[in-house]
Design a protein around this ligand. Structure first.
Ligand code: SAH
Ligand code: SF4
Length: 335
């Protein structure tokens, strides 16, 4: 990265500051636009450092809900990954980043999981997904307001690179985003979550829960067998203590699997007296899986049971499902 270039050429610290200012904050489109550096130094940089680690291959936009999905090719080995920009009416521009090619966890309902695991992304590749959209947004006098690790992959199983990317997002010299604007979503790797907390992580946490009891969760998410709900909630209690922040629990509603009255009641009991918000997600059908989306009626009934029990919850409006950019549909081919 840039730091090793600066070191190798024995450049003064202000060259690094100039680089960070133009590359990250102004979001320039090539090293030729690094105008605070003399031309010969710029040329040297071009020889030694790639401007981008990802090549955008295809971009699909959904008019319906202002979602843009981009298929990127990795320069290192030609594999494909996907990233989604969600533009909300309230002005937020949220980017859903991938941290892996595929995913090794294999949850029964997830398109990415069906692909299997094909590699970890580097911190640079995670950052470059965000920079791609930032360059577009800056042209419209806008910027990236939120980043969510909800694309392809399990962040806890690529923690070092994920932490490296978060460092670039939050570092005052680089993207200077508040950690409150960054959400890490995990299917529940308790030991790695503990490690994340030890780093002093101050971002938001989303837990892919999807079932209100251990038995059902094990049938949907293999990780549940290794780390049970008790272990998971022990770590989450530490997060609550450390950060005093609400944890979001993602709960996909699948017809007749986890959407019955008894499930809602169990969930309410499980989350009682916790700093919790439940995101109810209507299941997005994926190819080759037999599940169906819960009926509107069941979704609302489920939500009402939680509300009546004092559990804060929202029903997620599924964004981008006309371009397969909705959650769990990121399967590595655009369109
Ligand atoms: N591996 C992490 C991060 C990816 S997040 C995690 O699982 O949390 C992907 C989000 O989309 C998760 O909340 C996941 O549970 C959800 N998801 C996966 N498949 C889905 C589907 N078919 N319909 C709706 N949501 C889905
Ligand atoms: Fe991996 Fe998350 Fe999909 Fe499970 S839901 S297979 S952990 S990406």
């Amino acid at each position: 990265m840039i730091e090793s270039f600066i070191e190798k050429h024995n450049l003064p610290k202000y060259r690094l500051n100039q680089f960070n200012e133009q590359f990250y904050k102004q979001a320039i489109h090539s090293f030729d636009e690094l105008t605070t550096w003399p031309k010969d130094l710029r040329e040297q940089l071009k020889k030694e450092l790639e401007f981008n680690s990802l090549i955008p291959e295809k971009q699909v936009h959904s008019q319906k809900d202002n979602t843009t999905k981009v298929l990127f090719k990795r320069k290192t080995n030609g594999q494909y990954i996907e990233t989604v920009l969600m533009r909300y009416k309230d002005g937020r521009n949220s980017i859903c980043v991938s941290c892996m090619v595929g995913c090794p966890v294999g949850c029964s309902f997830c398109a990415t999981g069906k692909l299997g695991f094909h590699g970890n992304l580097s911190a640079r590749e995670i950052v470059d997904q965000v920079m791609y959209f930032k360059r577009q947004l800056v042209k419209e006098n806008q910027t990236v307001t939120n980043i969510v690790f909800m694309g392809m992959g399990e962040p806890m199983l690529n923690l070092k690179e994920v932490l490296g990317a978060i460092d670039t997002f939050t570092s005052p010299e680089k993207l200077a985003m508040s950690s409150r604007r960054i959400t890490v979503s995990t299917s529940g790797y308790a030991p790695q979550l503990k490690t994340l907390l030890k780093t002093g992580f101050k971002g938001k946490l989303a837990i892919s829960l999807h079932a209100p009891n251990q038995e059902l969760r094990e049938t949907m998410m293999p990780v549940a067998k290794a780390f049970d709900l008790e272990q998971l909630f022990t770590v989450l209690k530490d997060y609550e203590k450390q950060n005093n922040k609400i944890i979001t629990y993602e709960y996909i509603l699948i017809d007749h699997i986890n959407d019955q009255e008894k499930h809602a009641k169990q969930l309410a009991k499980l989350l009682k007296n916790r700093l919790a918000h439940v995101n109810l997600i209507p299941y997005n059908p994926i190819f080759g899986v037999d599940y169906k989306r819960s009926s509107k009626n069941n979704i609302h009934k489920f939500s009402k049971i939680l509300t009546d029990a004092g559990i804060s919850n929202t029903i997620r409006v599924t964004m981008g499902d006309d371009v397969n950019a909705a959650c769990g549909q990121l399967a590595g081919q655009a369109g």
